[in-house]
Design a protein around this ligand. Sequence first.
Ligand SMILES: [Zn+2]
Ligand SMILES: [Zn+2]
Ligand SMILES: [Zn+2]
Length: 156
Amino acid sequence: MIKHTIECIRFREEMEFAKILWLTQWPNHCEKCYGQGIFTRYDSVDYGSTRVSMPFDEPCETCYEANTCPRCGSSIPEQCFEAFWDDGNPCPICGYAWGRGKGDVMPDWDGDCGCDWLDDTILNGLQKDWLEEELRETKKEDRQNASNALEPNCNT
Ligand SMILES: [Zn+2]
Ligand SMILES: [Zn+2]
Ligand SMILES: [Zn+2]
């Protein structure tokens, strides 16, 4: 069981919120690519005597075949087809720009945070020290407050 840090939990909540916001804002988004529009695929090609894996970009087939914008889901006007799909121009309806613009793609996160690197025992040890320190400070303050309260107030 991974214990996430406070920062991580906050970050997770923010990401979740941004995701919901995007989905609400673009209800007709593509269910396949979630605004990505392009998938990177790998092709094995001959390179001298060996074969290497070459990345190449391919448009989301769901969007491409339907000729719809990956984000707003609107039909791309016929006269914009080439400019949109071949030249990567923005969507004439919502301005979607293939991930170049802010909010083009649904904010997502693979959940890899590195919290599992924090050893539980170290974390617990730190928390224990920190708690004891806090308690000491609080007790000191309480004593001070108590002695302050005993002082007669002469200004009333
Ligand atoms: Zn985490
Ligand atoms: Zn798509
Ligand atoms: Zn659009």
